[in-house]
Write a new protein. Structure first.
Length: 228
């Protein structure tokens, strides 16, 4: 599903955020990306959804080499990938329903299909009854549920999450993790950068540790391995 071959990312300011990264993530995998601040985790994540391009090497997502991708083909790639952020990134003037529907409206899906799909995913995240509320009327955990609903509404093969529980209290973080597990159980690949030691050490999955821009560890069912 995701393959990196000899990937190096050097930012224009001269900082090398990743170097010589080789990794294969299969369809249906659930992967935590861990490591100290500044290690390169966000860069790793951004390369997958093509927010950044590698300086050297290849990033292949669902058979598409992201570096060779023409600007106009980026939406095709993004349709295979749902993205969830620490700070939710909901559109503040749109209600819950509209935030989720937006992803389908931009690809000109039929209105009847949009309605059905949006209500299905809102049901899945437990927010059908709050469809008409604005993001500001919701708790942080609820806002993250909306963001997750938006990320899966067009049935992507992979969901990328950058610190999705970083702004949430522990109980809410567990609820959000259960939701990611549920999505993964349906066959969706999950790649999640996280600093949440408790979660990584309890819900055991593949752990990729990045340190100084290199993969320091890649273990199935591995532990977090750092002080929280
Ligand atoms: P992490 O997510 O593990 O904290 P990042 O991938 O954000 O690590 O950052 C890795 C390194 O790249 C850091 O030294 C950071 O300062 C640098 N970096 C990240 N983004 C940029 C950017 N847009 N421009 C320049 N340097 C960056
Ligand atoms: P439930 O019965 O739990 O309420 P459904 O089985 O009706 O949920 O699923 C709701 C919708 O969400 C379905 O259309 C399903 O395809 C979609 N869905 C659920 N999980 C995912 C996923 N991981 N990726 C994409 N779509 C998903």
């Amino acid at each position: 599903m995701i393959e990196m071959q000899g990937v190096t990312k050097k930012y224009p300011n001269g900082v090398t955020a990743l170097s010589g990264v080789d990794v294969t993530i299969k369809q249906g995998d659930f992967v935590y990306v861990v490591g100290p601040s500044g290690a390169g985790k966000s860069t790793f994540i951004k390369l997958i959804y093509r927010e950044e391009k590698p300086t050297e090497g290849k990033v292949i997502v669902g058979g598409i080499n992201t570096a060779a991708l023409k600007q106009r083909s980026i939406p095709t790639l993004r349709r295979q990938i749902g993205v969830v952020f620490q700070d939710f990134k909901l559109l503040p003037l749109l209600n819950v329903y509209e935030n989720v529907a937006f992803a389908l409206e931009v690809i000109e899906e039929e209105p009847a299909v949009i309605r059905k799909r949006v209500m299905e995913v809102l049901d899945l995240v437990g927010l059908k009854h709050k469809a008409r509320m604005l993001p500001t009327e919701l708790s942080g955990g609820e806002q993250q549920r909306v963001a997750i609903a938006r990320s899966i509404v067009n049935s992507p093969k992979v969901v990328i999450a950058d610190e999705p529980t970083g702004n949430l209290d522990p109980d809410t973080s567990w609820d959000i993790m259960r939701l990611f597990e549920k999505i993964n159980e349906r066959g969706t690949t999950i790649v999640m950068a996280t600093h949440n030691k408790d979660i990584v050490n309890t819900i055991r999955r593949r752990v990729i540790a990045i340190e100084g821009g290199r993969i320091a560890r890649d273990e199935q069912g591995g532990d977090y391995g750092y002080e929280a």
